[in-house]
Write a protein that binds this ligand. Structure first.
Ligand SMILES: *Cc1c(COP(=O)(O)O)cnc(C)c1O
Length: 408
């Protein structure tokens, strides 16, 4: 063994603490291997992954077909920059467009970059197509939003932890409560060019808007010439039991943002999808990214999309999600306020008196289930979309042990 390789979880954690910025507070499990819904720590203990890297690993850990595509492409060509063309970009566009019905695609890397890119394109569209006066474009966003961590994006966050002392921020954003149609309508001005919103607010705790909200939003956007930008970076690609969460609402966004599972967790790949009008405003030199659209990313994303569809993961998400929710709702517990979700995007909402979601996530970890708390009282459950009913049953047993009457 290499002399520089620390051997225990404790020493790895100590090194992280010493050398890394402390911008995360992870559950102290040091993972070393993954396969499907399972991950293993440095002691060889096996866990069911109920987070899926915030839905980036929808296809399951180390999916063999994605891995194979990655290795094959990495041996051929990895990066050309967009100064030259590569032979993976066109088929990536074609396959993604065919799957989503989009007419134009902008490839990027991280989710936050896709969000930033959409904001740039929609503002430009506002000036050049809608005729909004210079620097007057407004974009409406929702309270409790999560769209990433860049300066532009945290500037319109309503989470004090995400934005305190990072200012000054870019102007041009208006915040309205999520799910409140009246507030949205009241915020619209002649300068409103876009509405950026998550179909289901994930980081906020899996918040599902009231029935009818999105169809009415869609109508208002169309009537007022507002680009509806749906951030499906977390909800998209099968997580909610449909390819895109918008289809639960029977609407179509003008601009859709995807990322995370677009690579099945192998590599950062994101994309802005739109009609021709919005992304059509970008001319050479006006936007770009060294790694965006690189052949390795494209080959990985092509395989990630292929397995998602061909292996029935989206249907499985719908079926297993409904089953998981039903089973969780059967748990008799005075700690649980509500179980909610769509597809395999689930949350157990605890009563405030239960003592915080974090301690239950720590207890679940001891039972072999990795789940993540969010917003004090919510346990988020989002396993890879390849989970089967035996694995759901086993997971529910662990939730029952932790949340049931027994004191922990
Ligand atoms: C994760 C996420 C992002 C940001 O993606 P990164 O790849 O972390 O930059 C944006 N929007 C939503 C809804 C997300 O869940």
């Amino acid at each position: 063994m290499n002399a520089h390789t620390p051997t225990t979880a404790d020493s790895l954690i100590a090194t992280e603490q010493e050398l890394g910025a402390h911008n995360y507070k992870p559950i102290d499990v040091v993972l070393t291997k993954g396969e499907g819904v399972w991950v293993w720590d440095t002691d060889g203990t096996k866990y069911l992954d109920c987070l899926s890297a915030y839905s980036a690993v929808n296809q399951g850990h180390c999916h063999p077909r994605i891995l194979e595509a990655m290795i094959a492409q990495a041996q051929r060509l990895t990066l050309t920059s967009r100064a030259f063309r590569n032979d993976q970009l066109a088929p990536f566009y074609e396959e993604l467009a065919a799957l989503t019905g989009s007419h134009k695609i902008l490839p990027m890397n991280s989710g936050a970059e896709a969000v930033e890119s959409a904001i740039k394109a929609v503002r430009k569209w506002g000036y050049e197509v809608r005729g909004v006066a210079e620097n007057q474009a407004e974009i409406i966003v929702c309270s409790n939003n999560f769209h990433g961590r860049t300066i532009g994006v945290v500037g319109f966050s309503t989470d004090p932890t995400a934005r305190s002392n990072f200012g000054p921020f870019a102007p041009g954003f208006k915040v309205v409560p999520f799910g409140d149609l009246t507030a949205f309508e009241a915020a619209i001005t002649p300068n409103t060019v876009g509405f950026l919103v998550e179909p289901i607010q994930g980081e906020a705790g899996v918040l599902i808007p009231p029935q009818g909200y999105f169809p009415a939003v869609r109508k208002l956007c169309t009537e007022n010439g507002i680009t509806l930008i749906l951030d499906e970076i977390q909800t998209g690609l099968g997580r909610t039991g449909r390819l895109l969460a918008e289809s639960h609402e029977e609407i179509e966004a003008d601009v859709t943002l995807i990322g995370k599972a677009l690579s099945g967790g192998f590599y950062p790949v994101s994309a802005v999808l739109s009609n021709t009008e919005v992304l059509g405003v970008l001319q050479p030199g006006q936007h770009g990214s060294t790694f965006g659209g690189n052949p390795l990313a494209c080959a990985i994303a092509r395989a990630a999309l292929k397995v998602l569809v061909e292996e029935g993961m989206i249907e499985n998400s719908a079926e297993m999600g409904a089953y998981f929710m039903e089973r969780l709702r059967e748990i008799r517990s005075n700690k649980v306020h509500e179980v909610r979700g769509r597809g395999l995007m689930l949350a157990v909402e605890l009563h405030p008196e239960a003592g915080g979601a974090r301690r239950y996530c720590e207890a679940l970890r001891r039972k072999g289930v990795l789940a993540k708390d969010t917003h004090e009282t919510t346990i988020r459950i989002a396993p890879p979309l390849v989970i089967n009913s035996d694995q759901v049953d086993w997971a529910v047993e662990q939730f029952e042990a932790v949340l049931g009457g027994v004191e922990i």
